[in-house]
Design a protein around this ligand. Structure first.
Ligand code: GLO
Ligand code: MG
Length: 351
């Protein structure tokens, strides 16, 4: 057995190049134009925030929100695209400045839960059974500002409310250690998975591992994936890359840590990832310097990188690898892996 791969990204991955220090530098593409890029580049899944699916959803009544969601479903069907997940975008509203589920203000906590429940309804209208929770503002700038134990409990309660409301939905927690907050309550996959077991239905709470988020936590992304795979809770990934412990960079997959990228593809392939319908998601951003006409190049490059690395994974000489391991010659194994990745002739000889 091996992995079976379908690919996805979100409309935010074709963006205008703004960063905290400068405004947009590229004109926007409409959602409809972006949908064409999915087809052109060979993607099958669309990742959606709740307000990507239904723009300005706070302004409309529920009935209208669901009607817009159903129209989107038709459009996706026409294009043979699937909504991979819905993620409530709880970090942009003025009502979630202090966090959503963990805000100190009970009205804001209620808003966050109500909005997540609406997002679960949008998911249902799109025939989608996955909700991603990137808990962007569930943390603090200063530790004294919130009760940390109550905060964890509030996140569990929010998950329970969502699970109770929509009996089909599965929650995928996407941990990230920092940014926008100084420190987050669920910084790693271990935290996300431990929390899942405290919810009312642990079988419906799993995880999404993002490469850059694992690196920001000082961890190896392929080990984070392996940990979730062991628990049968790796239900999506956000492949990208990150140069060291800096701001979140969302670089093209493999562009900073090629060997780590190889090991991520390897752990997915060797553990039959995708056989239960999981997508390989990309969460990459084009550099600010990129011109508008090349706004999707990073997606194309990242997808191609995945395919190159699958070839490398499958072409690895497992017998030779075993011999190195049995001889405890990890120096030899290290050299072989590097030569294999570089495509050096005579890679197996270890010379
Ligand atoms: C940011 C996250 C973000 C999420 C997306 C889906 O650091 O990676 O892009 O993946 O909002 O919830
Ligand atoms: Mg992400």
């Amino acid at each position: 057995m091996a992995g079976k791969f379908r690919f996805s990204f979100g409309p935010w991955n074709i963006h205008e190049g703004s960063d905290p220090f400068g405004p947009p530098v590229r004109e926007s593409f409409s959602f409809e134009e972006k949908l064409k890029v999915y087809k052109k580049l060979g993607f099958q899944g669309v990742q959606l925030h709740d307000d990507d699916a239904v723009p300005n959803l706070d302004r409309y009544r529920v009935k209208m929100v669901l009607q817009v969601a159903r129209e989107l479903k038709k459009r996706l069907d026409d294009l043979e695209l699937e909504a991979e997940f819905i993620a409530p975008r709880l970090w942009e509203s003025p009502r979630t400045i202090d966090g959503g589920y963990t805000s100190n203000d009970p009205k804001e906590r209620r808003y966050a839960i109500d909005r997540s429940i609406l997002a679960a309804d949008i998911a249902a209208a799109l025939d989608c059974d996955r909700m991603v929770l990137w808990l962007a503002r569930e943390g603090t700038y200063i530790r004294e500002s919130k009760d940390p134990v109550a905060s964890v409990e509030r996140i569990v309660e929010a998950c329970n409310r969502i699970l109770q409301h929509n009996k089909k939905i599965r929650i995928l927690i996407e941990p990230k250690p920092n940014e926008p907050m100084d420190l987050a309550y669920l910084p790693t996959i271990g935290h996300a998975i431990a929390l899942s077991y405290r919810t009312a239905d642990p079988g419906r709470v799993g995880a999404l591992v993002e490469t850059a988020h694992a690196l920001l936590a000082g961890l190896d992304p392929s080990d984070e994936m392996a940990y979730a795979l062991y628990h049968q809770k790796l239900w999506s990934v956000h492949l990208n890359d990150q140069n060291g412990l800096k701001y979140d960079q969302d670089k093209s997959f493999g562009s900073a840590n090629l060997r780590m990228a190889f090991n991520q593809v390897r752990v997915l392939d060797e553990n039959n990832y995708g056989r239960k319908g999981e997508f390989v998601g990309l969460d990459v951003k084009a550099m600010r310097t990129q011109k508008r006409e090349g706004s999707a190049k990073h997606l194309e490059t990242s997808l191609a990188m995945f395919h190159f690395l699958i070839e490398k994974v499958r072409a690895l000489d497992r017998k030779l690898e075993r011999q190195f391991i049995e001889a405890r010659d990890y120096e030899g194994l290290d050299a072989y892996i590097l030569r294999h990745l570089l495509g050096v002739k005579g890679a197996k000889k270890g010379r």
